[in-house]
Design a protein around this ligand. Structure first.
Ligand code: NCD
Ligand code: ZN
Length: 337
């Protein structure tokens, strides 16, 4: 049993910088044709020089892999149209973080007053630049995403031509919001299709499954699975693979983020097969993103075969999801074209 995916895309990826970038970039660049690269570096990517320099460092880190980093800028409310025009060809989206909500988001937005955000959002809408949002309030941790839905709706209504991507959705409330507004879309991670809060904290605490947003209830996972497995045209794969060094995860004060880049396609294939949905996987991992973002990826063919793959315990000091476990599918061959 073998399956070939064409130009898989990861539409939400943390590639980091410096040593970590060099240590983990190839894990995505080998099996994906491209990814939407998050801008939450220290300091965040907020100007053209920083963006181009970061892109160059990514291209250097991936060596001879055929992979396109689709770059994002860290949202600030006062970017004006002239500034964004100079960046239009360099960015695929702008990423908005509520201030302090997750790793390296301190410079994000506090308060969601439409008029305060209008300079940037109107310019983005006019220039056709999609807006990606980490949609969580600072309320009770299990309610943060559902509490953010009215903010998504306020923005979707105020800027009807702006494409808004609800990043890494984890709740049935977010799935329902997709249907109410034409300009709302979503990414879904691998881990949120598989785990619930029980897997994180129901038994011994599992730091390597701790992420933002935290995994929710079984009925939330069902709602995510329902739209992912039929490749609903408004959802696409975004791993939110977010590596942290092992010592930062296995710590008193565990960093948020699950590292899934090296196992994502293998596990997605097994998951879609188990649900008799293999014919939908191509759209979920590439076709839908191409349409939503209007992008044409680098041609790449990734063949997976039903042969066991034992996941390494670590990738250069980063512990992946399923470390030490054996998966049903392995990457058999990657070819250009
Ligand atoms: C991400 C990170 O580590 O950069 N962490 C996470 O838990 N997902 C940031 C994010 O996407 O929230
Ligand atoms: Zn993320």
């Amino acid at each position: 049993m073998a399956l070939t995916l064409h130009s898989p895309l990861d539409m939400h990826l943390h590639l980091r910088d410096g040593e970590m970038l060099h240590n983990i970039a190839k894990e995505s660049a080998h099996t994906f044709a491209g990814a939407l690269v998050m801008p939450n570096l220290v300091p965040p990517v907020t100007d053209k020089a920083a963006l181009l320099a970061y892109k160059a460092r990514i291209l250097e880190a991936i060596g001879d892999e055929h992979f396109r980093p689709n770059m994002t800028l860290f949202f600030k409310p006062d970017y004006d149209r002239a500034f964004l025009e100079t960046l239009r060809e360099e960015i695929t989206a702008i990423k908005l973080y509520p201030a302090g909500i997750t790793t390296n988001s301190e410079g994000g937005v506090s308060g969601f007053d439409v008029e305060e955000l209008r300079p940037t959002l109107q310019a983005m809408s006019d220039l056709g630049i999609p807006l990606c949002i980490h949609g969580e309030t600072n309320g009770f941790v299990m309610d943060r995403e559902a509490e953010f839905v009215p903010i998504y709706e306020k923005l979707a209504k105020a800027f009807p031509k702006l494409k808004i991507i609800m990043e890494h959705i984890t709740t049935k409330e977010s799935v329902a919001a997709l249907e109410r507004f034409e300009n709302l879309y979503a990414t879904i991670t691998l881990h949120h299709l598989i785990i619930t809060l029980d897997d994180v904290a129901g038994g011994m605490l599992q730091p390597h499954l701790f992420c933002k947003p935290i995994a929710k209830r079984p009925e939330d996972r069902e709602a995510l699975l329902d739209v992912a497995l039929r490749a609903h045209p408004k959802v696409m794969f975004g791993s939110d693979s977010a590596p942290h060094p092992k010592h930062a995860k296995e710590a008193c004060g565990c960093a948020a983020g699950v590292f899934t880049a090296p196992i994502a396609l293998q596990v997605l294939t097994a998951l879609f097969e188990r649900h008799n949905a293999l014919e939908k996987l191509q759209d979920f991992v590439s076709g839908n993103a191409q349409k939503i973002y209007g992008i044409t990826p680098i041609p790449k063919r990734v063949t997976l075969s039903k042969e066991p793959f034992t996941v390494p315990a670590e990738y250069n000091g980063v512990v992946p999801m399923y470390a030490g476990e054996t998966l049903e599918y392995s990457i058999k061959e990657v070819t250009d074209g």
